[in-house]
Design a binder for this molecule. Sequence first.
Ligand code: GTP
Ligand code: MG
Length: 295
Amino acid sequence: MTTPHRAGYVAIVGQPNVGKSTLLNRLVGQKVSITSRKPQTTRHQVTGIVTLPDTQYVFVDTPGFQTAHGGALNQALNRAVTDSLAGVDVIVFVVEAGHFGARDEAVLALLPADRPVVLAINKIDRLKDRAALLPFIQRVSALRDFAAVVPVSAKAGTQCVELLKALREHLPEQPAFYDEDQITDRSERFLAAELVREKIFRLTGDELPYGANVVVETFETEGDHRRIRCLIVVGRESHKPIVIGAGGAKLKEIATEARLDMERLFGGKVFLELWVKVERGWTDDPKAMRKYGYA
Ligand SMILES: Nc1nc2c(ncn2[C@@H]2O[C@H](COP(=O)(O)OP(=O)(O)OP(=O)(O)O)[C@@H](O)[C@H]2O)c(=O)[nH]1
Ligand SMILES: [Mg+2]
């Protein structure tokens, strides 16, 4: 008897910073979704496709549900999460091992009752006391009838195969949607802007990243060479010198790191040019939200 082929959609949800995007990248084996130490790194839905001989998983990474703050950007982010749940076959609810608070509970309460939810307990590499895992599982499991509970480490890659196995059971029997070598349905243009945004998150202070956005102005391909020009839009005049740095050093660092990631992901040489522009208060402006593709 041959194993039937299954394929379907899996949403990855959880509060900010629990490691959703790191988990997606680990499963896909490439950086399709940007990650950082700072909460609310992910702002857009990003798909990551995992193709095995008998299963194709189409993962949808989402922004961390923002249950604490208002504002146009946060409203748009929450809408993106809720929208991503419509039509998925199974949900992965990610929490951090040993941490389960009001915000996790608020996210859990937003998940549709009729959809199977697999609880992924991430960052188990950080656990000092493994024995604490069982009572933690019991505490969280009391809140919902989870389809499965899988402790994982997205960073170390621990138990990712078990997670995939648990998810497979909830995917319908059907052929694959995408070619086996396709790892995302987002364009190279989108991925380029995201990689620049990741470097801003990682290489500048705590305040700036939330007021910064990246727009691709030109994206030209010639053979396996790409010439990309991006505009970094900041919300305040005072943010401009932070992105640029002394003598342009910070901008150069952002450009170099982003370029190296792009070359890895696209498989070819990249010429990257970055510019900075101030657009006051864009994160509170619904019109700017639509223009930048958040609404
Ligand atoms: N130690 C450890 N750190 C992890 C693990 N998974 C993720 N991290 C770290 O946790 C931080 C947040 O990871 P992200 O993947 O950006 O988290 P996220 O849930 O996508 O966050 P948002 O997009 O902001 O909602 C990063 O510094 C990761 O390196 C893990 O398994 N172990
Ligand atoms: Mg993320």
